[in-house]
Design a binder for this molecule. Structure first.
Ligand code: EPS
Length: 361
């Protein structure tokens, strides 16, 4: 069974939910490890005061018994503690009583750089909030929870995935403080490394199966990501083939590469080297010094919506990107090794790496 992930949830609604199907039975999940990733995602310099309201924790509603997966759909919930301030404005049912709390007035000032304008046009909404609530990067909390589950599955076959911010613009406290003072925002670049990935995850056979295409889609699917690079990526376009490709050598460790400019992926498949991917995040679009917009109610020029937001979220992106890469690798590992019981999955992986005589470095 293929791994599948479905999510739902609005930023200030009651909760974010995820349903993960296709996990093998018998996988141990560690609540503390999932919650640790949720906490990592909330940290980083430049986050919104919202993070002082939230203390993200995973709840499991189905698919787990005494810490072991049942092989049935796993239902995860991350509650929005801030919802208590939005119970009238974000009530799933018609609100009763006098309007109170946040989100009671329609937002009509779309923000440049956000989903706001195209979203109201596409869905016919009159209130930009009907768009921005789901478009919000708050949603990434439950994706990180799913990524933590994927990392648990990958760990059983020796794969680990780690993300970090590499372009410090949005992670350096002084730069963030300067941007905050100017009522501005920042982006940045994150890098994700996956080690222990055997050759042959993904396939050249169909574009939907290509590991590089899957990773690019997964990373581009994260809010504010505008660029994805695998290995040396764009820099490869400017050098000769003789300098660009990673030579194949054989020594006591078996067949491997003398360099890793390909970032561990060739022909849409892992090649046994470390997987290295980068994602570039644009500066966040909610500005305290707003850009020009149009009031959708009056049609008149106006300044865009100003509301509480992050100055930078690049360190959060590193955790979200890590989870997204882990999820895609787990899907392709599950496709390759199968297994309704975890032991079958591991046995198939072991037989495969023995057949190709591959050991992780
Ligand atoms: C976000 C706007 C802010 C961020 C939010 C993403 O939300 P709020 O208006 O509630 O402060 O804090 O990120 C999170 C809540 C989170 O947990 O990451 C946006 O518009 O994308």
């Amino acid at each position: 069974m293929t791994l599948e992930l479905a999510t739902a949830g609005e930023s200030h609604g009651p909760a974010l939910v995820a349903i993960l199907s296709g996990l093998p039975a018998g996988l141990t999940l560690d609540r503390d490890a999932i919650d640790a990733d949720l906490r990592r995602r909330q940290q980083g310099y430049g986050r919104s005061p919202r993070q002082q309201i939230e203390t993200d924790e995973v709840e499991v509603l189905a698919g787990l018994r005494r810490g072991l997966t049942l092989g049935t759909p796993l239902a995860l919930v991350v509650r929005n503690r801030d919802h208590k301030n939005w119970t009238w404005g974000m009530n799933p049912w018609p609100s009763e009583g006098e309007p109170e709390g946040k989100g009671t007035k329609a937002v009509t000032l779309p923000r440049p750089g956000h989903a706001d304008l195209a979203g109201v046009q596409k869905y016919g909404h009159a209130d930009v909030r009907d768009v921005l609530e789901r478009a919000s990067a708050r949603h990434t909390a439950v994706q990180v929870a799913a990524g933590a589950v994927a990392k648990s599955l990958l760990a059983t076959i020796g794969i680990s995935v780690v993300g970090e911010a590499v372009l410090e613009a949005g992670a350096d406290p002084d730069t963030v403080d300067a941007a905050r003072k100017d009522r501005d925002t920042l982006g940045g670049v994150v890098e994700v490394h996956a080690t222990g990935v055997p050759p042959g995850l993904g396939s050249y056979a169909r574009k939907d199966d290509r590991l590089d295409a899957r990773l690019a889609a997964a990373l581009m699917g994260i809010q504010a990501v505008k660029g994805v690079e695998i290995g040396d990526g764009f820099a490869l376009a400017g050098i000769r083939g003789s300098e660009a490709h990673d030579e194949i050598v054989r020594d006591e460790r078996g067949i491997h590469r003398s360099s890793n400019r390909a970032g561990g992926i060739e022909g849409g498949m892992s090649n046994g080297e470390e997987i290295v991917v980068r994602a570039a995040m644009k500066p966040l679009p909610t500005l305290m010094q707003p850009l020009l917009s149009v009031d959708l109610e009056t049609g008149e020029p106006a300044q865009a919506l100003v509301e509480r937001s992050d100055v930078s979220a690049v360190e959060a992106l590193a955790v979200v990107a890590e989870g997204a890469v882990a999820w895609e690798l787990a899907c392709l590992a599950k496709d390759k090794f199968g297994g309704d019981a975890l032991g079958d999955f591991i046995a198939a992986w072991r037989a495969y790496v023995e057949r190709i005589d591959w050991t992780a470095r």
